[in-house]
Design a protein around this ligand. Structure first.
Ligand SMILES: [Mn+2]
Length: 345
């Protein structure tokens, strides 16, 4: 029996102020494409069960036509049984859009149900949906039936005390065959039978690298595999600049580190020292050919000894430069200390 577990798709995400309008628009559409790819994977691979563990859309920005688009895509699944729990971003109350669209009979949303049984497959699926956006908590009690394989779906946080905290020990004691978690966007194994698939696509620069979903199967034992399906990646890249590097060297280092990342979202951290950071930023801002690139200027302005000498000719600093100018190391270290003292650091 094969199952797929995906989570935190965040359809409708608005990217307010994070990305330029055109890029945000494309990304918003790509979340839909990624969702469709997930469904097509389930069709092509004849997946028997699809588990979706919450934050599938963002309530704040989702409309009636969006929820119909969502159900149209899910309804393409004819032989896959789908189980959905709602999370904090798509929580299920009376006004929820989940209630305003039509899902086929093979798509099951956890409302008041404690579990669903799939007799032919010998599987019982348990789960809770969030019914508000904050301070949600439920007692972890389930009707485990050992004649079945038991799968539990939860949207909550392992390892923090916010957003339905889940304690590892209590998850271990649940005696389930698989516990599918949502909420944390980083894919991870919590226990041998407890996993977060993470978000389907990277949603911001905290979510770097490959993303996708979990493909699981039960033979004798549980077998888990991560499938990478992200359309693009978020990358964080560091460029360390030292005083021997000129603009060409910096650009060459940058282009090398950006190889094969033309279609990604790239954030470049500039670190170290450079004499004229503003000029460097101006040059870098003209780089094109990437889906998205931004620079974080964390450079320190390296000191220009000539300038400092002109400003300080008549005081102790000027005298110090005069006397040590033949010993570069002494000059630089001493000068730094003198300047710090002068600036009161
Ligand atoms: Mn989420």
């Amino acid at each position: 029996m094969k199952f797929v577990h995906a989570s935190d798709i965040h359809l409708g995400r608005f990217y307010k102020g994070e990305l330029p309008l055109e890029i945000a628009k494309k990304r918003r559409e790509e979340l839909w494409n990624s969702f469709e790819n997930l469904i097509n994977f389930c069709i092509k691979e004849s997946i028997e069960i699809l588990l979706l563990t919450g934050d599938l859309y963002e309530k704040e920005y989702f409309t009636l036509s969006d929820i119909d688009r969502f159900s149209d895509i899910l309804n393409k699944l004819k032989t896959t049984e789908v189980f959905i729990i709602a999370g904090n971003h798509d929580y299920l109350d009376e006004k929820s859009l989940y209630n305003k669209t039509k899902f086929n009979n093979n798509i099951h949303l956890f409302k008041k149900e404690k579990y669903f049984d799939l007799e032919q497959l010998g599987v019982r699926i348990h789960g809770f949906s969030w019914d508000k956006d904050k301070n949600y908590s439920r007692e972890l009690k389930f009707d485990i039936n050992k004649n079945y394989r038991n799968i539990i779906l939860l949207h909550g946080s392992v390892g923090t005390d916010d957003y339905f905290p889940l304690n590892v020990k209590s998850l271990e004691n649940l005696d389930a065959d698989y516990i599918g978690l949502g909420h944390i966007h980083l894919r991870q194994k919590v226990l041998d039978n407890v996993y977060y698939p993470g978000s389907l696509e990277g949603l911001n620069f905290k979510e770097v690298g490959n993303k996708g979903f979990i493909l699981g199967s039960f033979k004798e034992e549980l077998y888990i595999e991560y499938i990478n399906t992200n359309i693009r990646k978020y990358n964080k890249i560091e460029i360390n600049i030292n005083k021997d590097m000129n603009i060409n060297d910096i650009q060459n280092d940058l282009f090398k580190k950006l190889e094969n990342k033309e279609n990604d979202l790239n954030r470049i951290y500039l670190k170290g020292e450079f004499e004229n950071p503003d000029y460097l930023m101006e040059v870098l801002d003209n780089i094109s050919g990437y889906f998205y690139i931004e620079f974080k200027n964390e450079l320190e302005k390296s000191i220009s000894i000539e300038e400092i000498y002109i400003e300080n000719k008549d005081n102790l600093i000027g005298k110090f430069i005069d006397r040590t100018k033949d010993d570069k190391d002494v000059l630089e270290i001493g000068l730094k200390a003198l300047l710090e003292a002068k600036n009161g650091n």
